[in-house]
Design a protein around this ligand. Structure first.
Ligand SMILES: C[S@@+](CC[C@H](N)C(=O)[O-])C[C@H]1O[C@@H](n2cnc3c(N)ncnc32)[C@H](O)[C@@H]1O
Length: 246
């Protein structure tokens, strides 16, 4: 046996580091780093005075919605008299029926669809009323709106004056990403400096031709979007800041 026992003993710290990292991913039920990234991105919006409301597309368990609601309430209080801050509302969008029918070729090519983990009705948990009651615990009812329905039905009818400076896009599919973002870009509802977080950027083995990667590329082409890549978070997400578009 050639391995030095003392050397091996000293590597305990490395093993602890691995355990800490893995536990930090699963401890709070989901992905700790993505929660942290949501809070960090929302703080950017408040500190830098990005105008517009806060939106989450895809609420399922309500975990990221809780994070967002609590951060929103805290930051509203903290930035109450900050000159660059503007009045904001928090919007939550979900079908409350899970994923829609999957028909687009970009989605049918997804590994998660092929494996059957994403199908119509996947990721259904709370109904509209229960979700609203859940969020009541973290944000004042007059500060948030819950918009039930498939994005293709509800997003095009958002009033034109409603703008967004923060978008958490946690919707899994190519088609759902297109359905929520296209009407916003078409209506000029995405403000200068708006930060968009794509939770599912690396899904389907990070294949560039399916899912959120393909959807964002198609949107950027369609609206000539000029953006900054704000980098990866956790093992699955990526965020971008939007500067301008046509
Ligand atoms: C991955 S889950 C969201 C996870 C959530 N952020 C959490 O913390 O649990 C995706 C959600 O997006 C919703 N969704 C996906 N596509 C949709 C669409 N086209 N219209 C409405 N809701 C959609 C699903 O109902 C599901 O709740």
């Amino acid at each position: 046996m050639n391995v030095d026992k003392k050397f091996l003993e000293e590597q305990k710290e490395l093993i602890n580091l691995v355990d800490d990292k893995i536990n930090s991913i699963s401890r709070v039920g989901h992905y700790r780093e993505s929660y942290e990234r949501i809070v960090e991105a929302l703080t950017y919006v408040y500190y830098m005075g990005v105008s517009g409301n806060i939106a989450e597309f895809g609420t399922w368990t309500g975990r990221t919605s809780i994070i967002l609601s609590h951060a929103f309430t805290t930051l509203n209080q903290k930035f109450k008299s900050y000159k660059l801050n503007s009045k904001r509302e928090l919007y939550f969008f979900d079908s409350f029926k899970g994923l829609p029918e999957i028909t687009s070729s970009e989605d049918l090519a997804s590994e998660h669809v092929k494996a059957g983990t994403w199908k119509k009705g996947s990721m259904m948990m709370h109904d509209y009323q229960t979700f609203k009651e859940l969020i009541d615990n973290f944000a004042s009812p007059d500060t948030f709106k819950v918009i039930p329905g498939y994005f293709s039905d509800v997003v095009p009818s958002i009033a034109k004056e409603v703008k967004f400076g923060f978008i958490h896009c946690d919707v899994d599919l190519y088609s759902s990403t297109i359905d929520c973002l296209t009407p916003l870009f078409a209506n000029k509802a995405v403000t200068e400096g708006c930060i968009i977080l794509f939770d599912d950027w690396n899904c389907s083995r990070a294949n560039n031709n399916v899912g959120q990667r393909k959807a964002f590329r198609d949107i950027c082409d369609k609206f000539s979007v000029y953006f900054s890549d704000e980098g990866a978070y956790s093992y699955h997400g990526r965020s971008f800041i939007i500067h301008n578009y046509r």
